[in-house]
Design a protein around this ligand. Sequence first.
Ligand code: CTP
Length: 432
Amino acid sequence: SPRFKNVAAKLKEVLPEELFNLIKEIGKFADERKVNAYIIGGFVRDLIIGRKNFDVDIVIEGDATVFAKELAKRFGAKVHTYERFKTATVVFKGGKRIDFASARTEVYRAPGALPEVDMAPLKKDLMRRDFTINTLAIKINEKEFGKLIDFFGGLKDIKDKKIRVLHSLSFVEDPTRILRALRFATRYRFELGKHTERLLKIAVQRKLFKTVEGQRIYHELKQIFLEDNPLRVMNKLEKYRIISSLFPSISWDRFKKDLFERIRKVIIWHKLNFPEKETKYHILYFGALFLREPLNRVEKYIKELAVPQKEAELLFQILKNSLPLIKKVRLAGKNSEVYELLQNLPEEFLLFLAALPQDEETRNRVLNYLKSWRFIKPLVNGEDLKSMGLKPGPVFKKILSKLKYAIIDGELPNDREEQLTRAKELVDAEKR
Ligand code: CTP
């Protein structure tokens, strides 16, 4: 539709001014270097769909590493280049990162193969991609700034709300695209194209996942678990029998579906209350997926997926300890006992506990710990204890803990005078 022929105005409208200007500058610089430069991929897709996305990927028709190095020099930016892939990341002064890739200009041909049709490097590059909705490009050179390029009907497929592969071997070349197709379909509420769905089913039937490195599967599952609603993606995976294809012993049952939904709500709550914390939310969903499975089997899956060491440890901690621990939390007497059970546990573990099905009171205990108990500090400090004539030592920590526990248990108000009085009593008891 002609509305999208040029998207310069749309870019200006949705991007932060600084980023818009930066992209224009990069376009001008491309003119200077006499190369064509395009924004491609997810950014363009989301611009058209209307989803916020400021991850800019730029393709250069030429050598992107040379281009990025010169660009960085001009802008006083940092640059990382990956010569093997002819890609680069430029980190600009404000911290903005932009990735650059080279559209292949060289032609690889098997001996005796038919001569390749002459094709623009950009088009060749886009042809290797997963779905038509990801093949849109925006030219950023000054003269044609904002020109939308659509070789493969991506625009129409966005309008029709369809996920379509570019060619019949797409899932065979890269079976992780099976997971990506269902992730995008869920995120945008698109359908699979008829032919694409048929190809996907065949690919699953042929067990093509078996040919993929585990860590690539892990990466795609993680991407699914970082979506707003992983449960909906999982239900699609189940529909195509993908879960049992990946993890033969796991049943996608009511318990797991409920747990996924509870985790989603806990994450929403947590993001709202602790937006600054860096939390590996995807681990919660991996925990839910594997909960109640025999540990030796889970161990095998985790090894196959090559889960990074730290995340694997976290996952095991959740799988081994969360059910026994939540029981202890339920049976604990005072709040301070709950505090002692929960202190120093990783954020992900605590959130998993909060998501486990349980009675209201137990759940509130975990939430209170997360929200307030862990931040409570007495209004009395070590200096105060010193001036009461107590010699510094482990006893300081003991008394301050007692004060803290008394506050957590509601036995001591948030009042300095009263806390000093109580501290004095505790100090005297120690001296005796
Ligand atoms: N791509 C592909 N096959 C894959 C993975 C990626 O063809 N198995 C292509 C896609 O065309 C995609 C681009 O590489 O547009 C970048 O991939 P990625 O960053 O994973 O995806 P985005 O499209 O940016 O999606 P998201 O919004 O999930 O980041």
